[in-house]
Design a protein around this ligand. Structure first.
Ligand code: DAH
Length: 398
């Protein structure tokens, strides 16, 4: 501070000389320069607040502790506020001799920096006191472990859906979506489903009006996609909800399917088998076997139903090897050793014709599987109703 005093001496005389006396020291009879005077007062005011803080919070927040923030704010405004004392010094600079102004300006800025630094240090201390005060006044023990917030997890069907999609994306498939409320054309007509087909019956389909239905399968995505991606190779995987007038122990009016469509030149049924073989081993384990049963769908020719060996009895039909009594029948696969996953086949040339593609040039394969069945098989869930019962004891195992 000796240098401070020297520099202050350089900008005397000060027009409005202060009458405040130095508290101690040989020159105590000299009037202080206003910059120094403000600093001395600031130090003294700060000191008072710091003493209050040093007394610390009592058993609860004392009246003094509560008043601290307000006192602090007042002090800050008094010194560093827009109309505060430090700004006042700058405003009066015009009354100084021009050659004294630069040095004076520097000193005032130093004082401002000094004040700012002290105020932020003090503010941090006040916050500590506030926190300590609020803790000591309550019965809260900050050292106790907190309440465990139960973390949720994705529903097993969601996990399975995501796993299927990411597997096919890995093979270069794109994800596609189609409307759940759709025109008759997309759900039936363009898929070669004739008007007298039983799936069109009022007992099977939710009609919004004559021509608009809640889609009964995800196969509508095939029509949408072929209409909008004409004459180009297609590889899509399309998950979604579907609706049927069905409600019993093993069927629900709303369920999820995943649809696949591949179209290109020279796509054969062998490509379908190869792709599904890869997928089944990935999904259910390398020991899984699969079979194709001849079937019928209006939009594929030939058509097949794909089955995967039963997870529970490992395809044997009985639970002997799986912890059951000798010869105990496997209920999951109804002793057949197989679980049906869904339908598949080569795209019927009529479908290409309906959407305006040349069936002579293009061929393709498609499948549509139920996500609930795949989930049951993957996790060994014996009863489909577990998936929709929302019982946490079940759900938290995933
Ligand atoms: N859409 C059929 C259903 O819901 C399933 C299906 C069968 C989809 C064969 C296909 C397929 O893509 O090729 O029962």
């Amino acid at each position: 501070m000796a240098r401070w005093a020297e520099r202050l001496a350089g900008i005397f005389p000060w027009p409005g000389r202060s009458t405040v006396k130095r508290p101690t020291g040989p020159e105590s009879s000299n009037p202080m320069h206003p910059i120094e005077e403000i600093r001395v007062r600031l130090d003294a005011d700060m000191q008072k607040l710091e003493t209050l803080i040093a007394d610390g919070p009592g058993a609860g927040p004392s009246e003094g502790d509560k008043a601290l923030p307000k006192q602090f704010e007042d002090l800050k405004v008094k010194y560093t506020g827009k109309k505060g004392e430090i700004s006042g010094l700058l405003r009066s600079m015009g009354t100084l001799a021009p050659e004294a102004r630069p040095e004076f300006g520097k000193l005032v800025n130093e004082l401002r920096d000094y004040a700012d630094a002290r105020f932020s240090a003090l503010q941090a201390k006040i916050q500590e006191v506030e926190i300590a005060g609020s803790l000591s006044g309550s019965s809260l023990d900050a050292t106790l472990p907190g309440y465990r917030v139960p973390a949720g997890s994705l529903h097993p069907m969601t996990q399975v859906r995501e796993e299927i999609i990411s597997f096919f994306q890995g093979l270069g498939f794109e994800m596609a979506l189609a409307p759940e409320v759709d025109n008759d054309w997309y759900n039936f007509e363009a898929l070669n489903i004739p008007p007298d087909h039983p799936s069109r019956d009022m007992h099977d389909t939710f009609y919004v009006d004559d021509k608009v239905v809640l889609r009964t399968h995800t196969s509508n995505v095939q029509v949408h996609y072929m209409e909008t991606h004409r004459d180009q190779p297609i590889r899509i995987i399309a998950p979604g909800f579907v609706y049927r007038v069905d409600n019993d122990a093993t069927h629900s009016p709303m369920f999820q399917q995943v649809e696949c469509l591949v179209v290109d030149k020279d796509i054969s049924f062998a490509n379908l088998k190869g792709t599904l073989f890869l997928w089944a081993k990935h999904m259910f384990g390398t020991e899984t076997t699969m079979r194709f049963r001849p079937s019928y769908f209006p939009f594929t020719e030939p058509s097949a139903e794909m089955d995967v060996s039963c997870y529970f009895c490992k395809g044997s039909g009985t639970l002997d090897g799986a912890g059951g009594a000798p010869g105990q029948p496997c209920r999951t696969c109804k002793t057949t050793g197989w679980i049906e996953i869904g339908g598949c086949g080569s795209v019927d040339p009529n479908v290409f014709g309906k959407v305006g593609w040349d069936p002579e040039k293009f061929s393709g394969f498609a499948f549509g599987f139920g996500i609930d069945r795949i989930t049951m098989l993957k996790y060994g869930i014996p009863d489909i109703s577990h998936l929709t019962r929302n019982d946490n004891r079940f759900l938290k195992q995933f």
